[in-house]
Design a protein around this ligand. Structure first.
Ligand code: BGC
Length: 850
């Protein structure tokens, strides 16, 4: 394609576009591209998920990528420089996948740690979320790749996500939920926004003029594009008139020439509005093409890369995101000479858990499991023994590591077949693919030349390395059956039971048991079809047009009592124990929320029993958000490891063995019980509404207002050294006039311990009495003070501005600040203040905008 478009006048192009072409620009042709208008030289641009890696444009045959830690882990670094580097790295990853738009970052609020996508959002705190998001956006856009900040706004849980209205006060909307987006817009100006699925003030966000026009464009001066979440456009004229530029994915459900043409003719949509949306799209595509001509006019290929620099960065990022919650008796770090034997235990120890599930999940170039990382990086002279202890999976583990194709390649062979008139597979396969995953997602990919209904057959030979009974599991969106050596052992075809998988559109996992002999292959074949079951409720439920997929899993059948007892025995015999436990992408994902804070399976019992026989136990928790820890007093070490990406094992080893001095701090409060969470019990959508009754008192603000002690407070995290805080100076002490002022909060941090380390300075502000219920402390500034050597002091300054003193005046629809004395509380967590100061605001002021 010629590059003349780079210098073309957008208004000239708009004049030349036919109505149908304008309509084409407002939707995608497929899941991941915008439409090109070849006649006028307008190229297509490609987008990709986001946020902890760049997945690329196929779930089915993914091009592997670096998998970075999840957002809660990133936020735990409290380090904006690192987040900038994250963005820059992802920008490069996007471009090698021929993509110039990343669908990230997610900056919804963790009002409820049970939210299915809590792992994908930074924090319960709007300031931390917004500052981290801005740094990420800046880094990404420094590479010319557009950030699509999401989900604007109020997608804070998954239950009934496309229907639910997030019911909240104007203050909560402004001061908590819009706040991260507002900060990101002020500091980094993302080039695209993605609307959220649900409703605000009764109106779906994708057709909400208050959000898209009044706030985003008019108040905040946004001039990029607004796109819908996937299948999150629910109307033609409402969405177009409200300001939604792009319906995704394509082909569109709504933006067809027929529908829009009709609404133009009856003047529900004006030609000028259509022109405005098309102009936004063209400006955006032109800017992205100018920034990345080699990508936009390039070969469109997707590539992987795996450099030592990227590996080292991801390892450091993951390690810096880990939060040491507890370290009794200085059990950690397990340095050379401290222990001779270590028991490695837990369901996640050998598993390949690198991220949460849903659209954030991706195929990694490689994975260092906790087991591999802990063994390979161990100090000299340590001996390891392993026991699983218990299982905790929701779906049996995938089996690609044990499969070979009929021609001997790793993985299995996926063949597509057309159907005859009776819906039966016929003839030769249309296409064959070798796949290295037993989770097959077909929502964004199908080979060309298929009949409307079709079949795939997945074939491989399965060889296990232990003679045992195995439980096999089959889950499907569509219909599937499993054959082993020609015999059908699972029928998820004729009768189906609805389940959570595939964004809530799949079945439960159907199980069967088989005996396998070590080293002796068996033939495995999964047959899948997109035809609907003949009748019954599932017939309507399976929506093959939206989500199609099948998942095969299997694992050794273990006796739960024996597995627990073996782990307990091993723990008792060892000098120290490392348990890797927690959740997985099957438990934390899109389309559903977690039902409980408890970890699945018998993990709590396992840890309690191990801790009782050997308190020198370090529990490493893989979870995107909070889990209950009823065994907290039984073990001496706890590390919140989140989902750490593909360097998880190395990063964990760096923290456990002390190759780095940990400096992660909690970006959310960890509760003792679910009832203590301020949003409790208002987690779910009821009659189409989620009531945000905790209002401004989200997270630590709610615990503080009700004087509820959390398990571990927001901002908490231990180091292997100690620090002292001193010499707080708040300057100026008095502000005569707002809103354009700055207050410097200067503080000195000294390393008083035994090892170089980094500390996070957290600055909380308390407002004078403004006559409205307001949280006692609000995080308004922070900085990471890096590498303070033993005996060294560093003096740092955190700046506060009008955002630190303003609240939303719902009556006047503006930000306001009151005269009075403002407390400045400098702490190491929201519950551990070290220094107190104040400044005075002499005069009230009000403002709108950014
Ligand atoms: C998610 C978005 C994502 C999109 C594309 C949706 O299900 O909510 O965050 O970007 O899918 O994968």
């Amino acid at each position: 394609m010629s590059r003349a478009f780079l210098d073309a006048s957008v208004s000239d192009i708009v004049q030349q576009l036919t109505t149908d072409e304008k309509i084409q620009l407002l939707a995608g042709p497929n899941w991941w591209n915008t439409n090109a208008i070849d006649r006028l030289g307008v190229p297509a641009v490609r987008m990709s998920d986001g946020p902890n890696g760049v997945r690329g444009s196929s779930h089915f045959v993914p091009t592997p990528a670096q998998c970075l830690p999840c957002a809660t882990s990133m936020a735990s670094t409290f380090d904006t420089d690192m987040l900038f580097q994250v963005g820059a790295l992802l920008g490069e990853e996007a471009k090698i996948k021929s993509s110039v738009i990343l669908l990230a970052p997610t900056c919804n609020i963790q009002r409820n740690p049970l939210g299915g996508r809590a792992f994908e959002s930074y924090s319960e705190d709007p300031h931390l979320s917004g500052i981290m998001a801005a740094a990420y956006v800046d880094g990404l856009q420094s590479q010319g790749v557009a950030s699509t900040i999401k989900h604007f706004v109020g997608n804070d849980q998954e239950h009934e996500r496309t229907a639910a209205e997030s019911v909240m006060s104007d203050r909560a909307l402004r001061e908590i939920y819009l706040y991260p987006f507002m900060l990101a817009q002020k500091k980094a100006r993302p080039w695209a926004f993605m609307t959220s699925y649900g409703r605000i003030k009764g109106v779906h966000c994708a057709e909400n003029p208050m959000l898209l026009q009044d706030i985003l464009r008019k108040e905040w001066g946004f001039n990029g594009i607004v796109m819908s979440d996937w299948f999150g456009t629910y109307s033609v004229d409402h969405a177009i008139n409200a300001g939604l530029d792009l319906e995704m994915p394509g082909p569109p459900r709504w933006r067809t020439p027929l529908l829009i043409g009709h609404l133009l003719s009856c003047q529900k949509i004006k030609e000028s509005t259509l022109d405005e949306r098309a102009t936004h799209m063209l400006n955006f595509v032109q800017r992205q093409a100018r920034r990345n001509p080699e990508v936009v006019f390039g070969d469109g290929k997707e590539r992987s890369r795996d450099s030592p620099e990227a590996r080292a960065f991801c390892r450091r990022l993951a390690a810096e995101g880990m939060v040491v919650l507890k370290n009794e008796g200085e059990l950690l770090p397990l340095k050379e000479g401290k222990v001779k034997t270590i028991a490695l235990i837990g369901p996640n120890m050998k598993d390949r858990i690198i991220s949460g599930g849903g659209s954030a999940a991706l195929k990694a170039t490689y994975i260092v499991t906790p087991y591999a990382g802990l063994v390979e990086n161990a100090p000299k002279g340590v001996e390891f023994k392993y026991e699983v202890g218990c299982y905790s999976f929701k779906y049996t583990p995938t089996l690609e590591a044990f499969l070979e194709t009929p021609s001997g390649e790793p993985g299995w062979l996926c063949s597509f077949y057309n159907h005859d008139g009776n819906g039966n597979p016929t003839g030769e396969s249309v296409q064959d693919y070798v796949l290295q995953d037993t989770r097959i997602k077909l929502n964004d990919f199908l080979p060309t030349g298929l009949t409307k209904t079709w079949t795939i057959k997945l074939r491989g030979s399965l060889t296990m390395d232990k003679t045992a009974e195995y439980q096999m599991g089959l889950t499907v969106a569509g219909r599937a059956k499993l054959f082993v050596n020609g015999e059908m052992i699972i029928d998820n075809w004729t009768k189906q039971r609805p389940g959570d998988f595939f964004y809530g559109q799949g079945t439960v996992e159907e199980m069967a048991t088989i005996s396998l002999t070590a080293g002796k292959p068996v033939d495995v074949m999964v047959e899948y079809t997109n035809t609907k079951p003949p009748s019954g409720p599932e017939s309507d439920r399976s929506q093959p047009a939206l989500m199609r997929g099948v998942r095969l899993g299997g694992c050794e059948k273990v006796d739960p009592e024996e597995a627990l007892a073996a782990a307990e025995k091993l723990a008792a015999e060892s000098d120290a124990v490392i348990v890797v436990a927690g959740l997985s992408p099957d438990w934390e994902s899109e389309g559903f929320d977690r039902p409980t804070l408890d970890m699945p399976g018998r993990q709590n019992e396992l840890i309690a029993r191990i801790g009782r026989v050997n308190p020198n136990t370090v529990v490493c928790l893989q979870a995107g958000s909070a889990v209950a820890m009823p065994w907290v007093n039984e073990v001496n070490g706890i590390i919140q490891a989140w989902y750490s990406g593909n360097e998880v094992g190395n990063a964990l080893a760096d923290v456990v063995y002390g190759a780095i001095n940990p400096s992660g701090r909690l970006p959310l409060t960890l509760p003792v019980r679910v009832q203590d969470i301020p949003a409790y019990p208002n987690f779910k959508s009821e009659d189409g509404q989620i009531h945000y009754r905790e209002d401004l008192f989200v997270g630590y603000k709610g615990y503080q207002s009700r004087d509820v002690k959390p398990l571990f407070p927001f901002g908490h995290g231990l180091s292997y050294t100690t620090f002292s805080f001193s010499d707080l100076i708040v300057s100026p002490a008095s502000i005569v006039k707002g809103p354009d002022f700055e207050v410097d909060v200067t503080v000195t941090i000294a390393n008083t311990g035994s090892m170089t380390g980094s500390e996070v300075v957290q600055v909380y502000v308390s407002l004078p009495d403004i006559g409205l219920a307001t949280p006692k402390l609000q995080l308004r500034g922070f900085t990471k003070v890096r590498n303070i050597a033993l005996g060294e002091s560093k003096t740092v300054t955190v700046k506060l501005d009008k955002y630190a003193v303003s609240w939303w005046d719902a009556v006047g629809q503006q930000w306001k600040a009151a005269p009075g004395t403002y407390g400045v509380h400098v702490g190491r967590s929201s519950a551990a203040m070290e220094l107190e100061g104040e400044f005075v605001l002499e005069e009230a002021f009000a403002w709108v905008g950014l």
